[in-house]
Design a protein around this ligand. Structure first.
Ligand SMILES: O=C(O)CCC(=O)C(=O)O
Length: 443
């Protein structure tokens, strides 16, 4: 078993940490409001009022929030607007501007949008000495802690590749059902086409096509050496779906490279060496899979969701989406379980959507909790998406990362990824009762 959750780190690199790291309790919504207040304190400092004023603002904000969340939210909105106005008038630094953007997203209750260009433009070893990369990492940390969900721009994935993904996805799902059924997935093979997936024991209103990592790419997809715990890839005939496999394999490779950078960025944002999690992913040890989703129009008079509320099981998900916005993230904690608090995740041309999964939740001791999300049914047009699930190697035992233990909100027993994935897939395919949650591993 690998020990990705247990690396001890001697590297001196540290991302600048915001005061939010001291916070270790409360619902996501309450934490989100408090983080924003504290971020405001930081921003105020950057805008030259001085450190003492910033600390005073943050402390006052925390006190106010605890006594009156509504008053705190209203005041935050006011101060967030003042900050934005100052930046718009050109009277603040680039760092303050980035913080202002972030505060503005939170003020408007919107999923943050991150420009990840500064990370992709530099080697991860140089992030610590790059002010732009440092600001991006700070924003990433904030986005992961407050939302677990964010959009990325300047991610380096060519628009032409995304256009290919779009046309190949549309063409595949438009094939006759019997052609798609030739690559139907089964209880013993999670890869292929399906229209009968369950989420939280409820049928989804969608079709999917899954394929994933191949240990020995020089051998055929169905060779014994390429049959892994998830199953084996099944591709439609080239004659039936010309160019489909090629486009998907190119996209998979691009997502693999991007996800590795994002995983390193997450490690760095948490104050760890950027490659702290590499043992679980790098050198093709990961077990990522790519899922195409098509959400058909909901027949008049029927109800149901595209996908019921759920968290993603693995580490990170990188999503391309096209069509009417329908993805929503839940702003409360899992335990709230109320039906309010759903926030729309926008569809922005060229942007990709990222969310953290259950394994990041465990690695960070709950500091970056995996957000619940769902997909509304398609009412005006068929919706398409391609979700790249970046998952660790099967033998990874995920534990709270050593340097984060002292500030962890939750303590977990080791979660073996292979075991967790197997249990989740059993529930995707058939109703096996309550779905496994990381909370089952709480100590
Ligand atoms: O299609 C989407 O927008 C989200 C997909 C999703 O949540 C999933 O496949 O788990």
């Amino acid at each position: 078993m690998s020990e990705a959750g247990l690396s001890t780190h001697t590297d001196e690199w540290r991302a600048p940490r915001g005061p939010e790291s001291a916070l270790a309790c409360g619902s996501r919504a309450a934490r989100r409001a408090l983080f924003s207040w504290l971020a405001l304190g930081l921003s105020v400092e950057t805008m030259t009022r001085g450190a003492a004023a910033a600390v005073a603002a943050a402390v006052a904000a925390a006190a106010l929030l605890l006594s009156s969340p509504l008053a705190a939210a209203a005041a935050h909105e006011r101060d967030g607007r003042a900050l934005l106005t100052a930046c718009e008038a050109g009277s603040c630094s680039a760092e303050a501007e980035a913080e202002a953007d972030s505060a503005a997203d939170s003020t408007r209750g919107q999923v943050p949008v991150l420009d990840v260009g500064p990370l992709l433009g530099a080697d991860d070893a140089d992030w610590a000495s790059s002010p732009r990369a440092t600001v991006t990492l700070e924003r990433l940390r904030d986005a992961c802690e407050r939302w677990g969900f964010f959009l990325i721009e300047n991610h380096g994935v060519d628009a032409s590749l995304l256009a290919e993904v779009s046309s190949a996805t549309r063409a595949f799902f438009a094939l006759p059902r019997e052609v798609k059924a030739r690559v139907r997935r089964t209880r013993s093979n999670s890869r292929g086409w399906a229209d009968d997936e369950l989420t939280k024991r409820l049928p989804d209103r969608k079709e999917v096509f899954d394929f994933g990592h191949v240990p020995r790419p020089h051998l055929g997809a169905e060779e014994a050496a390429n049959r892994v715990m998830d199953g084996w890839n099944q591709w439609p005939d080239e004659a039936a779906a010309p160019g489909f496999r090629g486009a998907m394999e190119r996209h998979y490779e691009r997502m693999e490279a991007l996800s590795l950078v994002l995983t390193r960025a997450l490690a760095a944002a948490l104050g760890l060496p950027p490659r702290a999690l590499d043992a679980a992913f790098a050198n093709k040890t990961h077990t990522a899979f790519l899922r195409l989703n098509a959400y058909p129009l909901l027949p008049r008079g029927e109800s149901g969701l595209g996908i019921s509320r759920h968290t993603d099981a693995g580490a990170l998900t990188v999503l391309w989406q096209e069509g009417p916005p329908a993805l929503q993230v839940y702003s409360g904690s899992k335990e709230d379980n109320a039906d309010g608090g759903w926030v729309d995740v926008p569809v922005r041309e060229g942007a990709l959507t990222v969310n953290v999964g259950d394994m990041v939740h465990v690695w960070t001791g709950g500091a970056c909790s995996a957000p619940e999300h769902r997909v509304l049914p398609s009412r005006s047009a068929v919706r398409y998406s391609a979700a790249f699930f970046f998952n660790p190697s099967y033998d990874t035992d995920v534990r709270v990362l050593e340097p984060l233990r002292r500030s962890a909100r939750q303590a977990f027993r080791a979660v073996n990824w292979g075991e967790f994935r197997r249990r989740r897939y059993e529930g995707d395919y058939a109703d096996v009762g309550r779905e496994s949650q990381v909370e089952d591993w709480l100590m």
